[in-house]
Design a protein around this ligand. Structure first.
Ligand code: ARG
Length: 378
């Protein structure tokens, strides 16, 4: 998934298109249309060095990309992916506005719908759209004299935004603006309007003091920095979202030492002996954080799934794929939940981590951000 972006020659592009069109049309019961469509694509590539997906090719291609995402435990629902065709967005503002529509449509009042919004792809090697944000909702991180305030993972983007005139409260939970780049122009910044933001304040079903920690998290994980590749076409901006697995927030975002690092604080509130690892204070604190996340999302009517349920759903996905005669590929280290992993069936299994296409791929971060990463010593 971290492979460099391939630059396809015309012949290679056609070969990628050929493989995709055959799979896609076979799955959709349209095999009889394949040869005509491939002739059309061959002509288009010959004339323009490029071809355009029809709406149903885009939709099914995106679903296949989700199905092939080796690190995703939530793939049971791949057929329910909603696809917003945003290829007509020309300006940075139009892209930002489509991102805000994505947030509202995916949120759906708490009954979250899986959604991908697909912007203009690269045309003849020229990138048209790029989102600098990791996710469409994310908290800023500030380097201060007393350490980092906010999300340490976002210090570079935050510094960049501030260098571009973005002003904020410097609180622990400031939503970053959308940073949208058209071709190789200077990116434009857009504050995310309140109407597009949803957040859950965290409290615990039994510990009243928990709420006073002042923790909160946004309701929707919309990964916006990955490249979607379908039939040799590179969609460099294709933000996608499902709903959260509670451990993503409770174990990783708040538990990781290089993120919000809340385990020591929670353990102290619980009165645990943190002087030695063998008291298992970290494990107790993790459990308390995770219960708070599930409880709060559920109380606010925001869909969330726990790590046991989502792993059972993944087992069903594996069964469905076997029934459909397809092999499931997977990245075990990513599929294992970040707590109680041995209670899940993934623990006993091996997964073939080969990369099928269509798929989502990591992209090189914008150079301006990696330079900043260097400068803050992370
Ligand atoms: N782990 C990321 C986060 O905490 C989200 C990745 C995608 N997760 C998902 N459930 N679709 O924000």
């Amino acid at each position: 998934m971290d492979e460099p972006r391939p630059d396809y020659s015309r012949t290679e592009l056609y070969a990628e298109a050929d493989a995709f069109i055959r799979d896609c049309y076979a799955e959709l019961g349209r095999a009889s249309e394949v040869e005509d469509r491939l002739d059309e694509i061959a002509d288009e590539i010959e004339q323009r060095g490029h071809y355009e997906h029809t709406p149903f090719e885009l939709e099914h291609g995106a679903k296949m990309a989700w199905r092939n995402s080796n690190r995703c435990i939530g793939r049971l629902f791949w057929q329910q992916l909603n696809v917003a065709d945003a290829r007509d967005c020309e300006t940075a503002r139009e892209v930002h506005e489509a991102c805000c529509r994505h947030l509202k449509q995916a949120r759906n009042g708490g009954d979250i719908k899986p959604l991908v919004s697909i912007f203009k792809p690269e045309i003849n090697g020229e990138r048209q759209v790029r989102l600098w944000n990791y996710e469409l909702l994310r908290y800023a991180g500030y380097q201060t004299e007393d350490g980092i305030v906010g999300d340490p993972d976002e210090v570079e983007l935050t510094e960049y935004c501030r260098s571009r005139g973005w002003d904020s409260d410097k609180s622990r939970f400031d939503i970053l603006p959308h940073v949208v780049q058209i071709r190789d122009e200077e990116p434009e910044l857009f504050e995310v309007p309140e109407s597009a933001v949803g957040e859950v304040r965290l409290r615990h079903p039994e510990y009243e003091w928990f709420e006073a920690l002042g923790l909160r998290w946004y309701d929707l994980p919309v990964v916006s920095n990955m490249r979607l590749e379908i039939g040799g076409i590179h969609y460099t901006a294709a933000p996608f979202s499902g709903w959260y697995v509670s451990t993503e927030i409770g174990s990783r975002n708040f538990g990781d030492r290089d993120r919000y690092d809340m385990l020591p604080t929670v353990a102290e509130k619980l009165g645990l002996d943190t002087s030695r690892d063998r008291t298992l204070w970290k494990d107790e604190a993790l459990l308390v954080l995770n219960r708070a996340v599930i409880h709060s999302f559920q109380a606010d009517g925001v869909q969330i799934v726990d790590h046991h349920t989502v792993t059972d759903q993944f087992e069903q996905f594996e069964q469905n794929e076997a029934d459909a005669g397809r092999d499931v590929t997977g990245d075990r280290a990513w599929l294992l939940p970040p707590m109680s992993s041995a209670t899940t069936h993934v623990f006993e299994n091996d997964y073939d981590n080969s990369i099928e296409k269509p798929n989502f791929f990591n992209q090189e971060p914008p150079a301006e951000l990696s330079e900043r990463r260097g400068s803050v010593g992370r």
